[in-house]
Design a protein around this ligand. Structure first.
Ligand code: 2HA
Ligand code: ZN
Length: 273
């Protein structure tokens, strides 16, 4: 870790923010055991740093990702725990480089010293989202998947199992949701964790302009400029979900802010909707 920071001092603030957010995820109860995963596109930070490139053999990727060719990603490891990340980053994360033709990757730092180390089981989603970010020319660098309890509960309730009902419910109980997530959330029906179909459905949700994608009966994914911003988006949403559930638990189904009040927020905060 110290070697890494000596080789590439610009990584220090990124790692520090990652450690902070990993702790938040654990404290929130959104990262049980090895739940959740995160990736950061660190290409601009490490590509000229001379970070070692030939320590491990190349592994194949499930598909070709030409838009990701030669890019570097800091990725959490499969089976690794967010709560251990800050204590031992080199065992719980890695930096990998996608090959020149986008069909494989090589670990250049971290997990390489652990024989069975693999990037997160949700690597297909991370790859598709970074691919989408490149395609869109967007400034986001971080993809975060976590298991926020109250948001997951909402996706178990039949009345919230579609995008329109979810957005109405989340926007109406808390003005901060419209302000921070003007385009709302997307809803992806249950699909096998780690699958390509989940990855593609998630990328499609972002393609429709949504700020966060909810995975039915599983969790959610955010993309953002930094780990803290990704965490904040989910935190605001989960707060709203918890208000919905608390209202319901005292026997009130919240009607909350009306359409006019939500439109007023969009106008006042120049949300472009
Ligand atoms: O990283 O959360 O969805 C473990 C998971 C899989
Ligand atoms: Zn998960």
């Amino acid at each position: 870790m110290n070697n890494l920071i000596t080789t590439c001092p610009e990584l220090k603030p990124v790692l520090e923010e990652l450690f902070l957010v990993s702790g938040y995820l654990w404290e929130k109860g959104w990262a049980e055991r090895n739940a959740g995963n995160l990736s950061v596109d660190v290409t601009e930070i490490v590509s000229d740093s001379g970070i070692e490139q030939a320590r491990t053999t190349q592994r194949a990727l499930p598909f070709n990702y030409p838009l990701l060719a030669n890019r570097y990603f800091l990725v959490t490891g499969s089976g690794r725990k967010f709560r251990d990340l800050a204590r031992d980053p080199a065992r719980n994360t890695c930096i990998l480089r996608i090959s020149e033709n986008g069909s494989g990757y090589r670990i250049v730092w971290g997990g390489a010293s652990i024989p069975d180390f693999r990037p997160t089981s949700e690597f297909p989603t991370h790859l598709r989202l970074h691919e989408y970010i490149r395609e869109a020319g967007a400034t986001e660098r971080v993809v975060l998947h976590t298991h926020p309890t109250e948001l997951i509960v909402l996706t178990h309730l039949p009345e919230y199992r579609d995008e329109a009902s979810l957005n109405r419910a989340l926007w109406c109980v808390h003005p901060e949701v419209k302000v921070n997530l003007p385009r709302g959330v997307d809803f992806v029906p249950y699909a096998i964790p780690g699958s390509e179909s989940l990855a593609r459905a998630t990328a499609d949700g972002f393609r429709r302009g949504r700020s966060v994608v909810l995975w039915e009966m599983h969790g959610c994914v955010a993309k953002a400029e930094s780990p803290a911003v990704a965490f904040d988006l989910i935190d605001v949403l989960n707060k709203a979900a918890s208000i919905v559930l608390k209202c319901r638990s005292v026997g009130h189904v919240p009607t909350g802010l009306g359409k006019e009040q939500i439109d007023e927020l969009a106008r006042e905060f120049n949300l472009g909707e």
